[in-house]
Design a protein around this ligand. Structure first.
Ligand code: PLP
Length: 398
């Protein structure tokens, strides 16, 4: 009998164009070290360490008890799509129809469905660099071309508006924005948004505005591109429950988009996952319509940790770290110690037991930086800083 495990059946060529996400790769390596008995502090994965608020869990339990365990319409149940439309009105000041809302198991599949629904081979998509890896991965997977828009440390990881205009060609179809930003914690200002919106209108582009960290803006009120640009006919809003309500494992994301794109994205969801778990959709209604205190408490805790981590990193010789305006990441510059950020991240994992991500895994302009998530306790953050300081003091560049 043929040994199926040893067989190397040829994969589709397109698989060579699909990327990965370093957070999941490093998490697996860190877990393997833990299994060998090593103590590891996890600053690599981007998920709140808090428990999902009680009223949301309760809603899911009640939903299960009521046997809400069957298929739903592919784009989501009507009650949730209405609740999302109301939430978007409240938080962005834009009035949208429930039919413009698409629900999926996470924001990630919405991003993929929208890109797949819109892109032809050779279309160009402008993507901030560094960026959340899924954008570039799906763009190259479908045969389109990602175009880098450098984020500058000197501008608190915002891009130059002139650089955006210079990156546009007749093939440019989509601009991806992500504010607050993964991996740098940078945010777009209201002034940035009006300048970007003017360029988008002039060049007839569509914007995918990934606002999944909208509840994690710290020093000033969150400036939403979706809300401020107020061009719902040429904007796709990406959001979800993962980061705001500590619900990463529940898998609930949503997008709000022009009707024709919503229909196409729904067709892709229908053909892949069919729909999102019914009781998870019920829990999402509780998240969106329930008390806001749990979100506020997490926000205040993140604020304290951000200060602790930034101050601690800046006290390490050779490390400089900007104060990020949002999300729950810091993006320190470590190039004075080691320009090869991947090598340094490896060293910190193996020698200090601190799991971080090399900035260049998010794009070439992340080179020389590390991404650290502060979704971890103050105690662990203190310990991570202590370990990093000691390990970096004896680091030898080869
Ligand atoms: C910028 C950004 N967008 C989207 C996502 C996807 O979130 P989820 O699929 O958990 O909703 C993430 C997760 O890390 C992210 O950082």
């Amino acid at each position: 009998m043929k040994n199926m495990q040893a067989s190397t059946f040829p994969l589709a060529d397109s698989m060579r164009r699909l990327g990965t996400e370093s957070a999941f790769v490093v998490l697996a390596r860190a877990k393997a070290l833990e299994a060998q008995g090593r103590s590891i502090i996890h600053l690599e994965i981007g998920e709140p360490d808090f428990d999902t608020p009680e009223h949301i869990k309760q809603a899911a339990i009640e939903s299960l008890r009521a046997n809400r365990t069957h298929y739903t319409p592919a784009a989501g149940i009507a009650e949730l799509r209405s609740a999302i439309a109301k939430y978007v009105q409240q938080t962005r000041g834009v009035s949208v129809l429930p039919d413009q809302v698409v629900v999926a198991p996470g924001a990630k599949p919405i991003i993929a469905a929208v890109l797949m629904a819109l892109l032809n081979p050779d279309d160009e998509v402008i993507i901030p660099d560094p960026a959340y890896p899924a954008y570039r991965s799906i763009v190259t997977y479908v045969g389109a071309r990602p175009v880098s828009l450098p984020l500058l440390e000197s501008r608190d990881f915002r891009f130059e508006i002139d650089a955006l205009e210079a990156a546009i060609t007749p093939k440019t179809k989509i601009l991806v924005l992500n504010s607050p930003h993964n991996p740098t914690g940078g945010i777009l200002t209201a002034e940035d948004i009006s300048a970007i919106a003017a360029i988008v209108r002039k060049h007839d582009l569509l914007v995918i505005s990934d606002e999944i960290y909208s509840r994690h803006a710290y020093d000033r009120a969150f400036a939403s591109y979706y809300g401020l640009a107020a061009m719902p006919e040429r904007t796709v809003l990406i959001d979800g429950c993962s980061k705001a309500w500590a619900m990463t494992g529940w898998r609930l994301g949503f997008g709000v988009m022009p009707l024709s794109i919503a229909e196409a994205a729904t067709a892709l969801i229908l053909n892949t996952v069919s729909c999102t778990a019914t009781f998870v959709q019920d829990a999402a209604i509780a998240a969106l319509t329930g008390p806001d205190e749990p979100v506020q408490e997490m926000h205040d805790e993140f604020l304290r940790r951000r200060r602790l981590l930034v101050d601690g990193l800046n006290a390490i010789p050779g490390v400089t770290c900007r104060m990020p305006g949002g999300a729950f990441y810091v993006f320190p510059n470590v190039s004075a110690i080691e320009p090869d950020d991947l090598k340094l991240a490896d060293y910190l994992l193996n020698e200090a037991g601190v799991a971080t991500l090399g900035g260049s895994t998010f794009g070439p302009h992340g080179k020389g930086f590390l991404r650290l998530s502060y979704a971890n306790s103050e105690e662990n953050l203190h310990e991570a800083l202590r370990r990093m300081r000691a390990a970096l003091a004896t680091y030898k560049r080869s």
